[in-house]
Design a protein around this ligand. Structure first.
Ligand SMILES: Cc1cc2nc3c(=O)[nH]c(=O)nc-3n(C[C@H](O)[C@H](O)[C@H](O)COP(=O)(O)OP(=O)(O)OC[C@H]3O[C@@H](n4cnc5c(N)ncnc54)[C@H](O)[C@@H]3O)c2cc1C
Length: 347
């Protein structure tokens, strides 16, 4: 059987590029499709310190550190009136520091690294379709013709390339949750010190200084009402760009891996940003998908075991986060909300 590459990857965000770098680093031929032209802005700029070890494994830790405007040791949280700075943690070398980096910079650094390792990057590429033969994902149908891969990794984020293409079922574990987010110009002192999360019975707001002169905000209303603008603390700062929205209902694809495919990052599961590990999840799942493929390729693990283990790993991660978010939201006691009911688990 001849293949256009060992691995085809759809999506060039953190999940897709982490998968590409890992697969190319272990000697596989990789082709990556990204439909958007870069640079482009996306949310996901406050990175948990846990990404540090992943960035090092990908060979980009020095570049990401240099491009990070701020490194915070924790987050200021006002959750139902309980106020504290919640540190990320520390070890003998000192406090663990998160990263504050614009997505356009993170995406460029990861794409550059993939290019250095010989990944064949097709960008911007129009619509591609999945090819399935005898129940197995075998490749892509694209405007230029048909291609064939040993494995396909879907890292298309919320677009859910394989979820739609294979009509895979989803597990939804929350009521519909929609955030509004946007940017303001300014440098509020408090935000330069730490990003801030404020929650009460009506919803929550997240604010972070993502670069000098640039503040990101995200808000969610528990009653589903439309959020028109930023939290009051930022209302006087001039807006940069429009307010946008995103569906952040907690959901995961059932069967995140199967015959010929793996699904990584937001394409596999979405949690709301209070979980604060979306980019970490994207990087780690992309890397793990690529390592699983390598293990199958060299005959160390049968494919069915590799895909089953990967799917279970993501399902466990999802359940753990859902339980954590559920108990966090219960602390706010949003008794007026039609969504969150005391004593009734959302999980
Ligand atoms: C408002 C908001 C705030 C957030 N804040 C944070 C935060 O502070 N920290 C954090 O860690 N996480 C945050 N997140 C979550 C984080 O943004 C995501 O978890 C992360 O971007 C997921 O990375 P990914 O690579 O899976 O997907 P994405 O980053 O969405 O990348 C997917 C890529 O696939 C491409 N693509 C899609 N379809 C196709 C196709 N058919 N062909 C080719 N290419 C395709 C897209 O163009 C895109 O570049 C936030 C999310 C939201 C909504």
């Amino acid at each position: 059987m001849s293949y256009d590459a060992d691995v085809g990857i759809v999506g060039g965000g953190p999940a897709g590029t982490a998968a590409a770098i890992t697969a190319a680093g272990s000697g596989m031929r990789v082709r990556l499709y990204e439909r958007a032209s870069f640079p482009r802005n996306l949310p996901g700029e406050t990175l948990h310190p846990g990404v540090g070890v992943l960035l090092a494994a990908l060979g980009v830790d020095v570049r990401v550190t240099a491009a990070s405007a701020y490194r915070h040791a924790g987050v200021f949280v006002d959750w139902g009136g309980n106020r504290s700075v919640q540190p990320f943690g520390q070890d003998e070398q000192g406090p663990w520091l998160g990263y504050q980096i614009l997505r356009r910079d993170l995406d460029r650094i990861l794409m550059d690294r993939a290019l250095e390792l010989g990944v064949d990057i097709r960008q911007p590429v129009g619509p591609v379709r999945v090819r399935v033969e005898d129940g197995r994902v075998v490749g892509l149908r694209e405007p230029a013709g048909e291609t064939r891969y040993r494995f396909l990794i879907d890292a298309s984020g919320r677009a859910g390339f394989l979820r739609r293409g294979l009509a895979l079922p989803s597990q939804v574990a929350s009521p519909p949750l929609r955030v509004a987010y946007g940017y303001r110009a300014g440098d509020p002192d408090a935000l330069r010190e730490t990003p801030t999360l404020v929650g009460d019975a009506s919803g929550w707001a997240w604010m972070a200084q993502v670069a000098p002169g640039l503040v990101h905000w995200t808000r969610l209303a528990f009653d589903g009402s439309k959020v028109e603008g930023p939290p009051r603390a930022l209302a006087d700062l001039p807006p940069i760009g429009p307010t946008k929205g995103a569906d952040v209902s907690w959901n995961r694809v059932v069967a995140a891996a199967g015959a010929g495919y793996f699904i990584a990052g937001d394409a596999a599961m979405v949690l709301d940003p209070v979980a604060s590990n979306g980019t970490l999840r994207a990087l780690l799942s992309g890397m793990r998908a690529a390592r699983s493929i390598e293990a199958v390729r060299v005959g160390a693990v049968p494919e069915a075991r590799a895909t089953g283990n990967y799917d279970r790993w993501l399902a466990d991660w999802f359940d753990h986060n859902v339980r954590q978010l559920d108990s966090l939201y219960r602390e706010l006691r949003p008794v007026h909300s039609p969504y969150f009911h005391q004593g009734e688990s959302l999980a």
